[in-house]
Design a protein around this ligand. Structure first.
Ligand SMILES: NC(=O)c1ccc[n+]([C@@H]2O[C@H](COP(=O)([O-])OP(=O)(O)OC[C@H]3O[C@@H](n4cnc5c(N)ncnc54)[C@H](O)[C@@H]3O)[C@@H](O)[C@H]2O)c1
Length: 282
């Protein structure tokens, strides 16, 4: 009988592999015997993380929003190692704020990294995987890809798109021997929570921690998130929600939609109240 421990990929690429969830997924794949390529915008961090992992790990500098660069990276990994078993399209940025606080930059950033970055990874890896007739694509979305998550519309929009892309591609790819899964964690304790892109003034800085703590008081660890992600690959789950908050809200939206929508409405109103309070203080 197939056990989760039988999942032993030989060659994996993880984008956004220098930090947070991507780094821990890379560690978990490495632990299972895979050579891992940590591909990240931040070359120094990627190199240092790959050095920490030791043998069977390497680093590559890539901007996932650059389709040609992603294709060149994937082609070079396949040329060097002869195959690709797992492509993790994980690099992402946080974009937060109410719609009226956001401008074109916020939409462009989210679309370029969180959506085009995933599309570029999929388009680069897919020809190799279909040629092999094997392999697994894991795209990192978010709980914000499963539920309407207000006060971060560019983020929510791109993450919903990543869920749609992943679940539809899963259906197309199955008969070609290629598996596709999508990771949807709740809030995870990583630097992303402190690096909201061009955060609106109402945030009082670039961290979103205090605001999201009201929704999910205890953050997930990147280690647990990565373990769930790789277990999800091993058991070929289509959608991999992580954390009690993610499971509860996703299920509530499916089975008790009016209640879930009412809670989400309260969240949006709460965010606006926090802004009004911040405006009065300043
Ligand atoms: N932290 C959370 O609460 C949370 C929750 C759900 C989903 N996610 C998603 O998980 C993924 C990983 O986020 P994280 O929390 O580990 O954040 P993180 O900031 O720790 O890691 C993100 C990594 O992506 C890299 N990156 C950013 N832009 C890039 C680009 N253009 N090209 C290549 N690399 C780039 C960064 O350098 C960084 O190393 C993201 O897609 C994020 O949206 C995060």
């Amino acid at each position: 009988m197939f056990s989760r421990n039988d999942f032993r990929p030989k060659v994996s690429i993880v984008t956004g592999g220098a930090s947070g969830i991507g780094l821990e997924i890379a560690r978990e794949l490495h632990r299972r015997g895979s050579h891992v390529v940590l591909a990240d915008l931040d070359e120094v961090k990627a190199k240092s993380a790959a050095d920490d992992l030791g043998a069977r790990a390497s680093a590559a500098q890539v901007d996932v929003s650059d389709a040609e660069a992603v294709r060149a990276l994937v082609d070079s990994v396949v040329a060097e190692h002869g195959r690709l078993d797992v492509m993790v399209n994980n690099a992402g940025v946080a974009v937060g704020g109410l719609l009226e606080e956001l401008d074109q930059r916020h939409w462009d950033k989210a679309l370029d990294v969180n959506l085009r970055g995933v599309i570029n990874g999929v388009m680069a890896a897919y020809p190799h995987l279909t040629r092999q007739g094997s392999g697994h694509i894991l795209n990192t979305a978010s709980l914000a890809g499963l539920i309407p998550a207000p006060a971060m519309l560019p983020y929510t929009t791109t993450k919903h798109a990543v869920v749609g892309l992943s679940t539809a591609l899963r259906a197309e790819a199955a008969s070609l021997g290629v598996k596709v899964s999508v990771l949807c964690p709740g809030f995870v304790d990583t630097p992303l929570l402190d690096e909201v892109y061009a955060a609106p003034d109402s945030f009082g800085g670039s961290s979103v921690r205090n605001r999201v703590r009201l929704l999910q008081p205890k953050f997930l660890t990147p280690e647990l998130t990565a373990q769930r992600a790789v277990d999800g690959l091993a058991s070929n789950k289509a959608v991999i929600p992580v954390g009690v908050f993610a499971h509860m809200t996703w299920r509530a939206l499916r089975y008790l939609p009016p209640v879930a929508r009412a809670v989400i409405q309260v969240q949006a109103t709460g965010h606006r109240r926090l802004n009004e309070r911040a405006a009065r203080r300043s």
